[in-house]
Ligand binder design. Structure first.
Ligand SMILES: Nc1ncnc2c1ncn2[C@@H]1O[C@H](COP(=O)(O)OP(=O)(O)OP(=O)(O)O)[C@@H](O)[C@H]1O
Ligand SMILES: [Mg+2]
Length: 647
């Protein structure tokens, strides 16, 4: 994994930038000069430096440093005075100054403040990096280099032999065979201005991600709007897909796509995940759309779900509602359970009521134009007394068509007084009575009400041909290693949230059940955009999303969450997050929150200052420190080619 075959290969003589003049366990001061700096093509803020003993001495170890700023030197004041004197004595206008007037030698020296990141050494034929300095000498004799190219790649892609062994073991457990899959995601970038250190494309050091870091782990993607979070997520999705294809391991991925950017070819982004992996991607939406499955349920068979959907939709629409409609909205359609009742007889009675209530509701849906599922019959029990009075030739227990059911309720209403006399006041329960009012458009006083008409506008939320629960269908796709995109860009927000949660609950419940039964749960990666809404710091930790983020790893559920605000995420979740990728943040509160983790503090200034798209600071499980990376733009064409060639 580490490209170099010796410690010495890390040192590039042309990249010499100075000497350490001070060193301790935590920090170093490097004496550098303008001449050396320009030879090495500059020393950007936050860049890596390597400090090593002169080659004629034994090269036992190399210290890895990160430039944290300028360091004052004892002669600075004196030099400054001399510089000012020199500048004052220069002729005016400056254009007449000969360009080759060399500045006095002393003026060219300066100090760089650095933080010690660790020590590279060679042991048992392997490159190792300790995360500190074991011992240091006071005599200032370490030469300092700014690594580029292969040396820099070796540093940023360094994985300790222990971590590599653990990852191999993990990969074996996960079912991955062969080499550990890793993929390029970008190139090292230190600063916003990158004329010198990234001037030549061939010189850029490629940063790789290890796929194992992401499976059954948590990953956070932070950054202000339009700084490349979704682009990063797309990169991750394709990394996981390539891992899956390369290793034959099925890894399901589900994307909560709040803006519809993964599902659709969006002109702005020219290409989407769905286009790149057409054979392996399923798209779901809340409204019927060509190329999309309906995320919706069948209102006739998933009665509670359907009713909750209608309730959300009608309540969001602030039109006047009659008392019957209000009563309908607050109804509970869940099936009565035996344990809720003191006797079998009472349970049977409630169960019969429930059936008639569902029958009336389904008839009302049909009346409002909701298409019945193929071969579906409206079915409910009635006692013989009622049946014979309403229509002796029709038994609703054998199933009715929508028209027959409507006629049955119509007849029943016409002879309601008779039925009450025959069967007592509770021949139907109050809920069924309300539903009949809505179905027949008359309230208890016989006055006209719009009734079922209020349901007509929402027909598109019903999926008549769906035979299984949408959650289960999605889960099966994930088990089969597909990418499922839940395009939540359309539809009612309350409904979206509820559906989103239900799907998440379903995934967790089933994967946990598999895990608890001692079997291997399927690999699933869940991507959540706008995560602050979902695993925000105010969410109870017992809620579904925090539970997945906290405990999902056991059941091989990986979570990738993207949001603009670090501070909005529950601290318990953030502290259990193994991978963090962050681009520009616009204020100190956010940066301070992040600075609590790993060595992100080194980037506090640059995160606020550099607003470049895709310029991320990346800490992954495998890498011992944060690496500043320019993430590659997700390139659908390149991905398609890779997908086509199976690489
Ligand atoms: N690494 C990158 N290199 C080049 N262009 C990029 C990169 N990342 C993103 N972009 C482009 O920048 C724009 C914004 O990116 P993206 O949608 O990923 O940002 P975002 O952080 O998800 O924004 P939002 O907060 O609005 O969701 C897109 O047009 C995208 O193609
Ligand atoms: Mg986005």
């Amino acid at each position: 994994m580490n490209a170099l075959d010796s410690l010495a290969a890390l040192i590039q003589p042309a990249q010499f930038v100075g000497w350490t003049c001070q060193l301790d366990y935590e920090k170093a001061v490097v004496l550098t000069s303008d001449h050396w700096k320009s030879r090495a093509r500059g020393v950007p803020h936050n860049c890596f430096l390597l400090a090593a003993a002169a080659p004629d001495q034994s090269l036992g170890e190399i210290i890895l440093l990160r430039v944290s700023g300028a360091a004052p030197l004892p002669l600075d004041d004196e030099n400054l005075r001399a510089k000012i004197r020199d500048l004052k004595s220069r002729p005016f206008p400056p254009a007449e100054t000969p360009s080759d007037v060399a500045a006095p030698e002393d003026f060219q020296f300066g100090g760089l403040a650095c933080r010690v990141l660790g020590t590279f050494y060679w042991q048992d034929g392997q490159l190792r990096l300790g995360s500190d300095i074991e011992s240091y000498l006071h005599a200032p004799h370490l030469e300092v280099y700014r690594p580029t190219g292969a040396a820099l790649e070796a540093i940023v892609n360094y994985v300790s032999p222990e971590r590599a062994a653990a990852a191999r073991e993990e990969a074996r457990r996960l079912g991955l065979e062969g080499d550990l899959p890793r993929f390029p995601i970008g190139t090292v970038r230190y600063t916003s201005t990158d004329r010198l250190h990234r001037g030549d494309a061939g010189d850029r050091a490629v940063v790789h991600l290890n796929a194992v870091d992401f499976l059954a782990r948590r990953t956070a993607v932070f950054g202000m709007t339009r700084t490349g979070k979704s682009n990063t997520v797309k990169q991750l999705v394709s990394v996981v897909m390539r891992t899956s294809r390369g290793s034959g391991l099925r890894i399901g991925q589900v994307i909560y796509d709040l803006n519809g950017e993964y599902a659709n070819a969006n002109q702005q982004d020219q290409g989407s995940i769905a286009e790149v992996f057409p054979g392996d991607t399923l798209r779901y939406r809340m409204l019927p759309t060509p190329g999309f499955q309906l995320i919706l349920n069948n209102f006739f068979t998933q009665v509670v779900e359907g009713h909750t959907t209608l309730k959300g939709l009608i309540e969001a629409n602030k039109i006047h509602r009659t008392a019957d409609m209000e009563a309908f909205l607050s109804m509970d359609f869940s099936e009565p359970q035996r344990m809720e009742y003191s006797s079998d007889a009472e349970f049977q009675r409630q169960f019969g009521n429930h059936q008639r209530k569902i029958g009336a509701y389904q008839t009302m849906l049909a009346r409002a134009g909701y298409e019945l599922p193929p071969n579906f019959k409206i079915t409910f029990e009635t006692n013989a007394g009622i049946r014979n009075k309403v229509n002796p030739s029709v038994d609703p227990a054998n199933g009715l068509t929508a028209t027959q059911a409507f006629e049955w309720f119509q007849l029943a209403r016409q002879i309601q007084d008779e039925l009450i006399t025959a069967s007592g006041a509770d021949w139907i329960d109050p809920d069924t009575n309300v539903l009949m009012n809505l179905l027949l458009q008359r309230n208890d006083q016989g006055t006209y009400i719009p009734g079922f008409r209020l349901l007509q506008p929402y027909k598109d939320y019903h999926a008549p041909t769906r035979t299984s629960d949408v959650c289960d269908e999605i889960y099966q796709h994930l088990v089969a290693g597909k990418i499922v995109i839940l395009d939540l860009s359309v539809g009612d927000p309350v409904q979206r949230e509820r559906l989103g949660k239900r799907i998440a609950q379903h995934i967790l419940r089933h994967s946990m059940a598999t895990f608890n039964s001692g079997k291997h749960a399927p690999h699933i990666v869940i991507y959540v955009e706008e995560a602050h809404n979902i695993i925000g710091r105010n969410e109870p930790l017992t809620d579904i999303w925090p539970t997945i983020a906290k405990e999902g790893a056991k059941a091989r559920l990986a979570t990738v969450y993207a949001t603009q605000e670090v501070s909005s995420i529950h601290p318990n979740i953030l502290s259990n997050t193994e991978n963090i990728l962050v681009s520009h943040l616009n204020n100190e509160n956010e940066v301070n929150e992040l600075a609590k983790y790993y060595d992100f503090r080194d980037f506090s200034k640059s995160l606020i200052r550099a607003q470049n798209v895709g310029f991320a600071r990346v800490k992954t499980l495998s890498s011992p420190f944060v690496i500043p990376v320019q993430i590659d733009r997700f390139d659908p064409e390149k991905e398609r080619q890779r997908a086509g060639t199976g690489r």
